[in-house]
Design a protein around this ligand. Structure first.
Ligand code: AMP
Ligand code: MG
Length: 329
């Protein structure tokens, strides 16, 4: 029996989740947003600092446990924005010392994948589409390996930058999804898949030019951007499924909250007789529960750092999924 508290702070979201024996007891989060413009790392870190105690207390209340019941604290070590990661690490260290409990450093991307176990996916290939990250990941031979990825922008950032160009606020993904629903005309855009990888910056430039020309509606541009980019993502994911022989596709990351992406993923899986697994939206975008959930899996494999030894723990802003030794599988 273990109770693990998990802290997420890699980018725009500060979240704290609590897990007991694989069950999510609470998942409280607050996300930094802006009306115009993108994410400013220092501002997001300030947001986390100002909200962390509130979120912590709310998470304890929702989970109906006491501070003293916590067995270990896990936190997102990377990848992410350094000022934001530092807030999470600092809070994790404070709690560890106060409660005299061990710390568990968790890779953020792997947590998006591990939380997929809640859906009963056994050995999935994950299409991980978030703000900064876009990767196709699957477990093979002791590691989570990257079978394809973006060569430049994460698809969430792509959507957010497109929204910034339209001056419709951050995060842009949900607003673009709504605009796209009223789009009627498909406008031809570049389609950039290179082997197993894809590239989005050229498409963004092309869209910016189209916005500046004032010849196209935001609805049609949003619709066309989604259709093009989601098709690219699923082409790469499908090829990786064929290559690895995996029969399960798992969606992860905030962009997979998108209803059109879910629909297209469903069609692809049906066509190749594969099964699609989609966690609830609250577990798709950044959240503390996935950090707690992964923390518990690691804790049960005895991966933890005693509170007396946490001094040397650091953030890993550029940690890659395939650097990690997966010692718990
Ligand atoms: P994450 O970093 O995993 O929390 O994901 C955040 C990203 O997800 C941001 O770039 C959002 O714009 C994007 N996002 C959230 N909801 C949606 C949606 N419904 N459609 C497309 N993108 C979305
Ligand atoms: Mg994420």
């Amino acid at each position: 029996m273990s109770i693990i508290l998990g802290i997420e702070s890699t980018a725009h979201t500060f979240g704290i989740g609590i897990v007991k024996n694989g069950k999510i007891l609470s998942n409280v989060k607050k996300t930094y947003t802006t009306k115009e413009g993108g994410i400013i790392p220092i501002e997001a870190a300030k947001h986390h600092r100002e909200n962390k105690n509130l979120i912590y207390n709310e998470s304890l209340i929702q989970s109906k446990i006491k501070e003293s019941d916590i067995d270990a604290i896990s936190f997102s070590q990377g990848p992410g924005l350094p000022p934001c990661l530092l807030e999470g690490l600092k809070f994790a260290k404070e709690l560890s010392l106060k409660l005299k409990k061990p710390l568990i450093p968790v890779n953020h991307c792997v947590a998006h994948l591990e939380i997929g176990r809640l859906t009963n996916a056994k050995d999935p290939l994950m299409l991980y589409v978030s703000g900064a990250n876009t990767q196709i990941i699957a477990y093979s031979n002791g590691k989570y390996r990257i079978f394809g990825e973006t060569l430049d922008l994460g698809v969430g950032n792509f959507l957010d930058m497109l929204a910034r160009e339209m001056k419709i606020g951050f995060p842009g993904g949900p607003i673009i999804q709504n605009l796209a629903k009223s789009g009627k005309n498909y406008i031809e855009l570049p389609y950039v898949v290179k082997g197993m990888d894809l590239s989005l910056s050229g498409i963004l430039t092309n869209l910016k030019q189209k916005i500046q020309s004032n010849k196209y509606s935001f609805e049609d541009l949003s619709y066309s951007a989604q259709e093009t980019v989601f098709a690219m993502l699923l082409e790469c994911a499908e090829r990786a499924m064929a290559h690895t022989g995996k029969k399960e596709l798992l969606l992860g990351g905030g962009v997979s909250c998108n209803s059109r992406l879910k629909e297209m993923a469903g069609i692809m899986c049906k066509e190749r007789n594969a099964k699609l697994f989609i966690p609830e939206n609250q577990f798709l975008s950044d959240n503390g529960a996935m950090i707690a959930y992964t923390g518990e899996i690691m804790f049960n494999s005895n991966i933890k750092i005693p509170f007396e030894k946490i001094d040397s723990l650091e953030i890993k802003p550029r940690q890659r999924t395939d650097e990690l030794e997966v010692l718990w599988k």
